[in-house]
Design a protein around this ligand. Structure first.
Ligand code: T4K
Length: 385
């Protein structure tokens, strides 16, 4: 491989090769999928015709129906983003102000949505194979103030839903799954988003299915569904006011993006699968990657790898950056270590994993040459570390 000089900017397109400037494609942790422009414009045309831009218009209603069909769930309610989905879910189950048992290994939005609802996150350590909450440690964290359990299907790996259901039933606690990464994954024959009292999802631009910004709450419980439906739109229906609500509505333009992408989701997942399989074969024995999870049909949303320690991770990051390759430290630090949480109990497994894990570039548009470039650079960096 040619020695390529680093121009220092994640957004730079040019690099120096043997003294001359060449175009080099930066490879970031992901790159948003966009549908064929004509298909999006066709949906925009409908908006231009009828001038309904928001407030549960035709695109939002259609997207909800199509999500139900695509995921095999009932009554998906779309919202403005995955963080509001978590906040609404927490309020809907009556968790506001109480303790919420959760995982320290997630994106910061998980802990922040808990804090935003004036709840106290109580962190329970994770299991080391697939980084989800360790069910064996949940009961010790439950107190008379616990109002909910909020695990995360991190990177689309399934939590131990059977064990969590049993613990929750024993303690009469609701379970909210943060399924921000779970779209398209299936566990024990059904969508990973169909577990728990409520599942939330993120449709952010970086997700394999997205609406630019967006999210959803999913529940089988008609009472919770009715409550969350009202909560996402100010808590009222015409002149009748039922509860405190917020503005978490998805706009018609965002829903149109979802409608344009949904028909392509299968191919997106298949392309991502091929990239992950290429990573698997080129990185076998080179760097640690979680094993396949029994009963899970993955969605290939992320490709996490574990380094020996943080020092090795940093060295590899520098070598990759020199080749315009930008993996991300998803997720660092462990959330029990962020400044504004009060439960600072040690979570040694999460802290260890968070210090040495990273997600490699993964998007449906990556070529096999792109994957080779990442793997070759990684090989060389690891050899010298
Ligand atoms: N729970 C969990 C477990 C989550 O992971 C998240 C969000 C949430 C809850 C909350 O859901 P939302 O409220 O966000 O719907 C990104 C996303 O912003 C965030 O949605 C996501 N998780 C988190 C894991 O990743 P950043 O700070 O890493 O994004 P950013 O802007 O650095 O983008 C990463 C790469 O993606 C860039 O290098 C280039 C590419 N990109 C980015 C954007 C914004 C694109 O190709 N197009 C784009 O428009 O947080």
């Amino acid at each position: 491989m040619a020695r390529i000089g680093h121009n220092g900017a994640e957004h730079g397109e040019n690099a120096m090769v043997n003294g001359s400037v060449v175009c080099q494609k930066p490879l970031r942790v992901t790159r948003s999928y966009l549908p064929p422009l004509g298909e999006y414009i066709e949906l925009l045309r409908g908006i231009w015709d009828n001038r309904v831009l928001t407030n549960q218009g035709g695109n939002v209603c259609r997207l909800q129906r199509e999500l139900d069909t695509c995921l095999g769930v009932r009554g998906a309610l779309v919202v403005a983003n995955g963080t509001l989905a978590l906040q609404i879910a927490l309020t809907a189950v009556g968790a506001r102000g109480g303790e919420v048992v959760t995982t320290p290994f997630s994106y910061v939005a998980t802990a922040h949505s808990i804090l935003w609802e004036h709840c106290t996150p109580i962190f329970v350590d994770i299991e080391p194979e697939h980084f989800t909450i360790d069910p064996g440690k949940i009961e010790a964290a439950i107190t008379p103030h616990t109002r909910a359990i909020l695990p995360v299907h991190v990177f689309g790996y399934s939590c131990d839903t059977d064990a969590i259901r049993t613990i929750a039933a024993d303690h009469k606690l609701p379970v909210i799954y943060d399924g921000a990464h779970a779209f398209g994954a299936r566990y024990k024959g059904k969508s990973l988003l169909s577990y728990g009292d409520i599942s939330t999802c993120s449709f952010h631009a970086t997700k394999l299915f997205h609406t630019v910004e967006g999210g959803a709450v999913i529940t089988r419980d008609p009472e919770l569904a009715a409550k969350m439906d009202l909560m996402r739109r100010f808590g009222h229906n015409g002149d009748e006011h039922f509860c405190v609500g917020i503005n978490a509505k998805m706009s018609e333009l965002h829903a149109a993006m979802g409608l344009a992408i949904l028909p392509h989701v299968r191919e997106i997942i298949c392309r991502r699968q091929r990239i992950c399989e290429q990573y698997d074969s080129l990185l076998a024995g080179v760097v640690e990657h979680p094993s396949d999870q029994p009963d899970l049909e993955p969605n290939y949303g992320y490709y996490p790898v574990l380094f020996r320690d943080e020092a090795q991770l940093k060295k590899v990051f520098a070598a990759l950056a020199a080749q315009e390759i930008y993996p991300r430290r998803y997720f660092f630090p462990a959330l029990n270590l962020i400044p504004h949480v009060t439960d600072k109990s040690s979570c040694p497994v999460a802290q260890d994993i968070a210090s040495r894990i990273a997600c490699l570039p993964l998007s449906d548009g990556m070529t096999s040459e792109d994957v080779e470039r990442v793997c070759l650079t990684l090989h060389l960096a690891l050899k010298s570390s």
